[in-house]
Every structure is written in structure tokens, then in C-alpha cells.
Design a binder for this molecule. Structure first.
Ligand SMILES: [Zn+2]
Length: 318
């Protein structure tokens, strides 16, 4: 239980996490507190949504005819960046499951949401991510990363762990947002929270600019060439067992799929992107929120980059 951050502290926290923050005019006093007679807070966690649309920043600020704005605290565009829209109570969570709220507050594993018996707008910060949410509309890496930073920033400011993060679909029965996997998202927030946020020491010798701006380890990781891997995934299954198109890239991809539990170890490491690997890769795509032809087991730039990042095994070159 915590007092909500002031507008200034919110900005400080987001910027300290590395985010560029845009401010909608009027956001610091835009809320539903006086209209409902209910103040925002104490706060217990952060809630992630997809907007189910495009170009909906103003809609999230103003609201709809049936639901007055603000509809979230922060709106994250596909390419338009992160925008503060509200400070205080916002209409984003609606009626939610009290058992889930209690678990969030205690940072315990979330139970199934099967009731709508508590007010989620009282106690949750809300992020709306611009995405159709249909499983075909990808979350660009940069957008997803900003969502992770947003959640981590608020958790860090309150001293919460990643277990104070939930998706709308986890707290309100019938909701499907966001369309990506929330355990994955929490794992990414956890990783971000493990990064210590301290000012660089003044006493250390300044290193070259290119080195200071690069994330640690990026340069030393092996690379997987996306187009060669796609070729392998398209060619190998139809050829005779064990056909090898791109040994190094396939082995790294398979090692990553094994690491995340999508592929049995016995199928990995022979350099062939066979049908079992295609099926395992399709599961990974499903996990990221893709469906249908977007989850056909043929690697794409976003899914492969995410796989390399999650496992720390490789970087992708396209
Ligand atoms: Zn939602």
C-alpha cells in the first residue's frame, strides 16, 4: 500500500529508467477524482492494456461517450512514444477481482479472475499500449521495451517487485488485453529491476563514447542472420531428415527454444531446422501473442529478436 507518486515524481521515475516522456497538455490535473468523489490511492500495482486500436491517444485522454476519460495514466504509441495523459484516478481497470487485487498487493501468484467485485481504478496505475490486439499486429521491440521500462520505473519508485505487475486480462473476467504473455512481461520487468540505477561513478576513467552507450554484452554475443534462418526453416523440413541449410543460426535458435522449454533437447543441435523446430518456434510465436499465419513457425524479425534477448544467446542481423 502506497501513496501515489506526485506528477513530478512520476516524471522523475520514468526518466531515470531511461524513458523519453511526452506530456499531454493538462495531464497533471486530468483525472476522475472529483467527478466520482473517490481519490486515487493507495496504489498496489501497475496494469497493462492494449488499446485494441490505432491512433487512439486523444481517445484515451478524452474518453468515449460511454466512458469518460482519462482511460489510462500513460499511453504508449506504436511509434509515437510514451505520453502522460493523467494523474489521479483514471477509467482503465474497471471492476476487477478482489482476490487478484489482494494477491497483487501481497506480491503472490495471481489467482484466476472469476469475479468483478472490486474497484481497480482506485489502486492501479494503467498503461494503454497502442495495438490492435488481434494477434497479428506486432509490438515493435522499441514499444515493448518502453512498456517494460514504464512498469519497472513505477515498481522501482514504490519498492515493488515484478509481482506487482498485472495484465488487464488477469484482473477482470472477460478481458483479453494485453495480447502478449504476462509471465514473459514480468520476467522482463524483473530483469530491468535487477539493473542498478545509479549515476555513473565520476572517479572511473571515462571510456570511449561508443562503449558507454552500448548495452553490456551486445557486441560479444553471436549473431543470427534472419534471412538465412528463414531459408533454413523453409527448406529443411521438406528435405531428407537432418538436412542442413544454416548450421550456426539454427543451433543457436534451437538452443534458445530448448532454454525456454519449447523444444526437447534431443531435437536440438544437429543444425537442421526440421519440422519439430518449426512447431516449437510456432509455440514461441503464440506465446508472443501471434496467431494464424503469423505463428507458422517461420522466424520473423520481432519474434527472433525477442528470443535472442530473452535467452541472452544471440543478436539478430537482418
Ligand atoms: Zn484493458
Amino acid at each position: 500500500m502506497d501513496t501515489p507518486l506526485s506528477a513530478a515524481k512520476t516524471l522523475d521515475a520514468l526518466k531515470a529508467e531511461g524513458l523519453t516522456v511526452h506530456e499531454h497538455s493538462g495531464w497533471t490535473t486530468h483525472n476522475r477524482d472529483s467527478a466520482t468523489g473517490k481519490a486515487f490511492g493507495p496504489v498496489i500495482g501497475v496494469l497493462i492494456h492494449h488499446t485494441a486500436g490505432h491512433g487512439d491517444r486523444e481517445l484515451c485522454y478524452n474518453g468515449r461517450s460511454d466512458l469518460p476519460g482519462p482511460l489510462c495514466h500513460t499511453w504508449l504509441g506504436k511509434t509515437d512514444g510514451l505520453w502522460m495523459l493523467a494523474h489521479g484516478r483514471a477509467n482503465h481497470a474497471g471492476a476487477v477481482d478482489l482476490d487478484v487485487l489482494n494477491a497483487l498487493r501481497a506480491e503472490k501468484k495471481l489467482p484466476n479472475d472469476n469475479q468483478a467485485n472490486a474497484d481497480g481504478n482506485d489502486c492501479l496505475y494503467g498503461l494503454e499500449i497502442e495495438n490492435l490486439g488481434n494477434g497479428k499486429d506486432p509490438y515493435p521491440d522499441a514499444q515493448y521495451h518502453q512498456a517494460v521500462l514504464w512498469a519497472a520505473a513505477l515498481c522501482r519508485a514504490h519498492g515493488w517487485s515484478e509481482k506487482s505487475v498485472a495484465g488487464h486480462k488477469e484482473v477482470q473476467p472477460g478481458k483479453v488485453d494485453p495480447s502478449f504473455d504476462m509471465d514473459d512481461f514480468r520476467a522482463d520487468v524483473k530483469k530491468q529491476l535487477a539493473v542498478t540505477k545509479t549515476a555513473p561513478s565520476k572517479t572511473t576513467k571515462p571510456s570511449t563514447p561508443s562503449k558507454t552507450t552500448k548495452p553490456t554484452g551486445t557486441a560479444s554475443k553471436p549473431r543470427v542472420d534472419l534471412s538465412r534462418l528463414i531459408e533454413a526453416a523453409q527448406a529443411d523440413p521438406a528435405r531428407k531428415q537432418g538436412h542442413v541449410t544454416y548450421m550456426a543460426g539454427t543451433n543457436l535458435t534451437e538452443a534458445a527454444l530448448v532454454k525456454l522449454g519449447y523444444l526437447a533437447k534431443t531435437y536440438a543441435g544437429d543444425g537442421s531446422f526440421g519440422s519439430t523446430t518449426v512447431a516449437a518456434y510456432a509455440k514461441w510465436q503464440h506465446h508472443l501473442g501471434y496467431t494464424g499465419a503469423e505463428a507458422n513457425g517461420i522466424p520473423g524479425k520481432i519474434s527472433l529478436s525477442r528470443l535472442g534477448d530473452r535467452t541472452g544467446l544471440f543478436n539478430v542481423v537482418a
